[in-house]
Design a protein around this ligand. Structure first.
Ligand code: SAM
Length: 328
């Protein structure tokens, strides 16, 4: 069992994209009200007084779309300045990154993961649920700005969906050749849009690896990340290609993370709703941070039992929250 020292914090449940795999088409989610969101001060207080004393050293800010959160740059600045926090990263769709990349970098953010599921504007728009002007160009400019500002590593997340973007795997992998970019292929999970999952299912990482290997060859990479990705390199490329294979391979035994939702629920496993703790209510009721540490410590001991190990059996429709709501 690895040390659980990685907290993923969802800053907001809203998103300006409607990615098909994340939110069922046409479904209206019940968004949180402003007063239900953890404030910046509450997030900082939980990190400083509860999670840091428990040995957490890595943070990821996510959502929903974290760039929609007012006060994001100030929050990054406060969190990045804690010496105990060794790593602070952000996951975004990059649509608003052109303006925000530099302020975020200057505030102390050094790592960024960007979702980019297609290089073809029409496919991109179909996946992200766009009905008006294409949003591909602005997203691409956001990615280039993040690169120019100095984000390194810069990772691009691709959820591969049969019949939607699986024909682009080689073009996306090729982005790792000329630049120090890391492309991460993610197997589609049965959370968020179970109907699409039922229709399409996922593509095994092994198949994507085989296609890349056939085209260029593939070397094992000695780069080890925080996370569950198996990392490889196209020979002589500057970046890497990685595979997050949560469907074809269970990596629960390597799981070092817990998630905090935008409304303050601590969740020990992405695919299991058991054991969640309502930290926001506790905090607002003045519960002592030492007591919260106690509760969380107990939960972390139970995490191996809670971790969901039957991913390939698919969803039984009991997930009450999508990735955008939990914090992907
Ligand atoms: N809005 C940000 C973004 O687009 O990256 C952050 C939130 S998004 C929920 C975080 C990640 O979750 C994205 O990389 C997305 O691809 C992934 N994701 C969402 N639903 C998924 C699913 N059903 N299967 C696999 N990955 C999923």
């Amino acid at each position: 069992m690895p040390k659980i020292d990685y907290l993923r914090i969802s800053l907001i449940d809203k998103c300006n994209f409607r990615c098909q795999y994340c939110m069922p088409e046409g479904a209206e989610l019940n968004y949180l009200l402003q007063q239900e969101l953890l404030t910046n001060q509450e997030i900082v207080s939980l990190v400083q007084n509860v999670f840091m004393p428990l040995g957490f050293t890595k943070l990821r800010l996510t959502g929903g779309e974290p760039l929609l959160r007012p006060g994001l740059v100030d929050l990054v600045e406060e969190l990045a300045h804690f010496p105990a926090i060794e790593d602070i990263a952000l996951t975004t769709n990059a649509f608003f990154l052109e303006k925000l990349a530099k302020p975020l970098y200057d505030a102390g953010l050094k790592r960024i993961n960007i979702s980019l599921d297609s290089l073809i504007p029409e496919t991109f728009d179909r996946i992200t649920g766009n009905r008006g002007k294409s949003r591909w160009q602005q997203t691409w400019r956001g990615i280039l700005t993040a690169h120019e500002v100095g984000f390194d590593p810069l990772k691009l997340n691709v959820v591969v969906i049969p019949g939607l973007n699986d024909t682009e795997v080689l073009e996306l992998a090729a982005l790792s050749i000329e630049r120090h970019w890391h492309i991460r292929f993610i197997e589609f999970m049965p959370i968020g849009n179970s109907q699409l999952f039922g229709d399409k299912a996922w593509i095994d990482s092994a198949d994507i690896r085989a296609a890349i290997r056939q085209k260029w060859g593939l070397e094992e990479s000695n780069i080890k990340g925080n996370g569950p990705a198996d990392v490889f390199k196209i020979p002589n490329s500057k970046g890497t290609v990685g595979f997050i294979s949560q469907m074809s391979e269970c990596f629960c035994d390597r799981c070092n993370r817990v998630r905090l939702s935008a409304d303050g629920w601590l969740r020990p496993c992405l695919l299991n709703e058991t054991g969640q703790i309502d930290l926001k209510t506790a905090l607002r009721n003045g519960v002592d941070p030492a007591e919260l540490q106690n509760q969380i410590e107990k939960l972390l001991l139970l995490k191996p039992e809670i971790n969901f190990k039957d991913r390939d059996s698919g969803t039984d429709g009991t997930y009450t929250r999508t990735m955008s709501q939990i914090g992907g």
